[in-house]
Design a protein around this ligand. Structure first.
Ligand code: NDP
Ligand code: MG
Length: 370
């Protein structure tokens, strides 16, 4: 039995994790879980799954978290909190010497090299839960030249992207799309923030940074490929020109189960991919419509504070869009304005990350109020 803590248990990834545990009651025991605004929902789940310890992230703060972890004695912790708020939990998990199953991509986007360094120092792995990164991880594990120094073992990561609900639309057609249109992802059911990020392709930008850090890849070693069917979850090209891909039906249950049960695969009761009459397509993304990708190029060229600013600005503009205060198309303009004003700064401490994040939120709010 693996003892797990689920952070962000009331969210979309949290729900999928409960499904994994429901299907595998002999493999996993949930020893702890957290919620933020929906703590009463968590209490219901706690009685179904007999979870002994609960953590209310709204009432408690990060100083209390270490005691909670010690109380639970987990074998692994899944961080499925949404947004930058997840970073301090990722750091604490590693400091407590517990393996981190990471869905909260913002932790790596903002925490970057500092979080990776902490993982190495503590000798605690970061196991990717984001489906693309789980796919890349699986491709690398299956390559014969997989090594600790992963940067030399592959040529290129092909990061697949569904294209979201607005794939193929022109700038004119995006003028009047609504919140509901943007939330309606064709292949995945997810939380509100990541659903909007999938519609703007900001999610792919965050995943680009996530891949650079997790797999020690340069910006030229990551390429975004539109793949509408969401069956190939990413691919890796090797020096001999072989490309290895990971395929499965689009369900988060697979990457969650893979991370939680690593290094063994579970015999999952998940629907199988049929290959009878299956068409798979791959296209280049349209940077002129999905301008987040042009902004990504600027950020990836500079790194350091840029991804932190991108993430913070994106969280602020997405919240504004979800509140009905700006149009969908404004998200691109506001992000571009924030990034235009950024000056390169070295990120050499956790305090610096928090300072940059806070400053970027302030600048974004000022731009939004004009
Ligand atoms: P949801 O919005 O569905 O859930 C977020 C969870 O985080 C909830 O449990 C929520 O608690 C909690 N939470 C919200 N704000 C805070 C805070 N300030 N501090 C602590 N906890 C907080 O998100 P998703 O499940 O969709 O996504 C979670 C993470 O996983 C994100 O980083 C996302 O990018 C990533 N991810 C998600 C995928 C998906 O399929 N959904 C796929 C790949 C990655 P409460 O409900 O109680 O307020
Ligand atoms: Mg993903």
């Amino acid at each position: 039995m693996k003892k797990i803590i689920i952070l962000g248990a009331t969210g979309s990834v949290g729900k999928s994790t409960f499904n994994v545990v429901r299907r595998n009651p002999d493999k996993f025991q949930i020893v702890g879980a957290s919620a933020h605004s929906n703590f009463s929902d968590l209490k219901k789940l706690a009685s179904e799954f007999k979870i002994p310890f609960l953590f209310n992230t709204k009432e408690k703060n990060i100083e209390n978290f270490s005691d909670f972890v010690k109380q639970c004695e987990p074998d692994i912790i899944l961080n499925a909190i949404t947004g930058f708020a997840g970073l301090e939990y990722s750091m604490e998990i590693l400091k407590n010497k517990v393996p981190l199953a990471l869905a909260n991509k913002e932790s790596l986007v903002a925490g970057g090299e500092i979080l990776m360094q902490l993982s190495r120092e503590m000798k605690m792995p970061i196991l990717p839960v984001d489906s693309e990164h789980s796919a890349i991880f699986q491709c690398l594990l299956n390559s014969s030249n997989f090594s600790e120094n992963r940067s030399n073992s592959f040529n290129k990561i092909l990061l697949t992207c569904s294209g979201g609900p607005f794939y193929g639309k022109t700038n004119d057609e995006l003028q009047n799309v609504t919140r509901e249109n943007a939330l309606a992802h064709p292949n995945w059911s997810m939380g509100a923030k990541i659903s909007i990020d999938s519609a703007t392709l900001a999610n792919k930008c965050l995943e680009f940074f996530e891949a650079m850090h997790l797999f020690n890849a340069s910006k030229d070693q990551v390429e975004i490929v539109i793949h509408r069917e969401s069956i190939v979850h990413s691919m890796v090209e090797f020096p001999d020109s072989s490309v290895i891909a990971q395929l499965s039906p689009p369900t988060m249950e697979l990457p969650i189960a893979f991370a939680l049960n690593f290094p063994d695969r579970l015999d999952c009761d998940i629907s199988r991919q049929s290959f009878k009459n299956l068409d798979l397509s791959f296209r280049e993304p349209d940077k002129k419509v999905f301008r987040t990708l042009e902004i990504l190029e600027v950020c990836a060229e500079n790194m350091q504070n840029y991804p932190i600013v991108f993430n913070a600005a994106n969280e602020v503009v997405v919240a504004e869009f979800l509140a009905g205060k700006i149009k969908f198309i404004d998200i691109f303009d506001k992000l571009a304005q924030v990034i235009d004003g950024v000056k390169l700064e070295t990120v050499d401490s956790v305090e610096k990350i928090f300072e940059i994040d806070e400053g970027a939120r302030k600048v974004t709010r000022e731009i939004l109020s004009k």
